[in-house]
Design a protein around this ligand. Structure first.
Ligand SMILES: Cc1ncc(C[n+]2csc(CCOP(=O)(O)OP(=O)(O)O)c2C)c(N)n1
Ligand SMILES: [Mg+2]
Length: 410
């Protein structure tokens, strides 16, 4: 027998390394409109193949086709386009602000704008997201003020979190945005727990858990699936597969399972894959999953197939681990361009209006930035008070903290 006594293990390798030619021929892209739209109370055993396909609505010509199309009005789609454009513009300005030393850290959403922007519009007020750092579209699409986001990024005197959180780790109960934790996958167990608590208290609010492809390797992800499936918690389990976990390609966390959505099958959870760069498809699938949660039909696992075009964060340089032009080769295109083309085809948008909207949005973002900067940036202007550091944790401050506060003279 060959290799008797010589055991080996397998380390998955990305198809291409820096300097190579980008290759996504291994990503099978089904035709837009080809995936069925099952009833929300479908027996999960009958839709197992949906965990291996991709639900798509917008085709290459910009038409919306198939059973998942037709849920949003032109007005709603124009609003969605504006949200995605705003997020992209916000990202550009904040990335630049980081390079200018106005904040220590930033994380962009480039290429992934449709996921969080469209998902937010499928939720109802009161529902709670447990997001990671790459879902700021949940706030933008819910009308959370950009200036407040920037105040948080600058850790200035108007930062609602008073400099206690890493930049971009926002928190807003009113906007259904649970405080971001840098400890990835904690979002999953917390969302499932929150959803169960909502059911225990006979409430009608559902939860949404968020995780990246890489973080599904954490045990919290699997523990959350046990609880969600056993107790049929009213939760949507979102996996954003943007192909990369910093410098680690998605094949490491995915291993031999085929897809991330397929992880849900062993738990009997209906599991769908959706084109994450298709605003209409993301919204339609989110609505389906949210309705299931709301009607006590239990959890749904949704894998958004997308691509992280930008660097992982302002501390990362992707040219060290992937070909420079890889994002151009990504077969699902750009979410903003795709929705723009669809709206042009419908006769409600044009290149001119798009350029004009881009300029208007940039102006709004710059105005918000000016206002935020008047409250200070990382190294200049107003700061949260040192006293704030001691507040907000204990109802009654323990003696050792009181002593420290006295020593600090605040
Ligand atoms: C529990 C935990 N382990 C490791 C890290 C360090 N870390 C931060 S981001 C990241 C990659 C996450 O990749 P993915 O889940 O695919 O999300 P993406 O950044 O692509 O959105 C890692 C390993 C962390 N923040 N938390
Ligand atoms: Mg990732």
């Amino acid at each position: 027998m060959a290799d008797a006594g010589m055991l080996r293990f397998h380390v998955p390798e990305p198809e291409v390394r820096p300097g190579g030619t980008p290759d996504f021929s291994n990503v099978t892209i089904p035709k837009a409109g080809s995936a069925p739209r099952p009833e929300i109370d479908v027996d999960p055993r009958t839709i197992r193949d949906m965990a291996f396909s991709i639900i798509r609505v917008l085709n290459r010509d910009g038409e919306a086709v198939g059973p998942w199309a037709g849920l949003l009005s032109d007005q709603e789609l124009l609003e969605g386009l504006r949200h995605m454009m705003t997020l992209r513009s916000f990202d550009q300005r904040m990335q630049m602000a980081q390079r200018q030393g106005k904040t220590s850290f930033y994380m962009q959403h480039l290429g992934e704008e449709a996921v969080s922007c469209a998902f937010r519009k499928a939720l109802t007020k009161g529902d709670m997201n447990f997001p990671t750092y790459r879902q700021a579209g949940l706030l933008i699409a819910d009308g959370y003020p950009m200036v407040t986001m920037m105040n948080q990024i600058y850790s200035n005197e108007a930062d609602p979190l008073k400099g206690r959180q890493l930049p971009i780790m926002y928190s807003s109960k009113e906007h259904g945005f649970f405080s971001i934790s840098g400890n990835l996958a904690t979002q999953y167990i917390q969302a499932v727990g929150w959803a169960m608590a909502s059911a225990i208290s006979n409430d009608s609010r559902i939860a949404a858990a968020w995780i990246g492809d890489g973080s599904t390797a954490e045990s919290d992800f699997h523990a959350a699936l046990v609880f969600a499936s056993t107790y049929k918690a009213p939760v949507v389990l979102n996996v954003v597969n943007n192909q990369w976990a910093i410098s680690t390609f998605q094949g490491i966390a995915r291993g031999g399972s085929g897809t991330f959505a397929a992880r849900g099958l062993g738990f009997g959870i209906p599991s769908l894959r959706v084109d994450g760069n298709d605003y209409l498809a993301v919204h339609a699938v989110a609505k389906w999953a949210i309705e299931r949660a709301r009607r006590n039909l239990g959890p749904t696992l949704v894998e958004y197939v997308t691509y992280r075009v930008g660097a992982h964060s302002s501390s990362d340089d992707p040219s060290a681990y992937r070909p420079k032009a890889e994002s151009d080769a990504w077969p699902l295109g750009d979410p903003i361009v795709r929705l723009k083309n669809h709206l042009i085809l419908r006769g409600v948008w044009s290149d001119e209006r798009h350029a004009q909207a881009e300029a208007e949005i940039l102006e709004t973002v710059i105005a918000a930035q000016k206002e935020a900067e008047s409250h200070g940036t990382l190294h200049a202007g107003g700061k949260p008070s040192t006293r704030d550091m001691f507040e907000g944790v204990y109802a009654e401050m323990p003696p050792h903290l009181r002593r420290q506060r006295q020593q600090a003279g605040v």
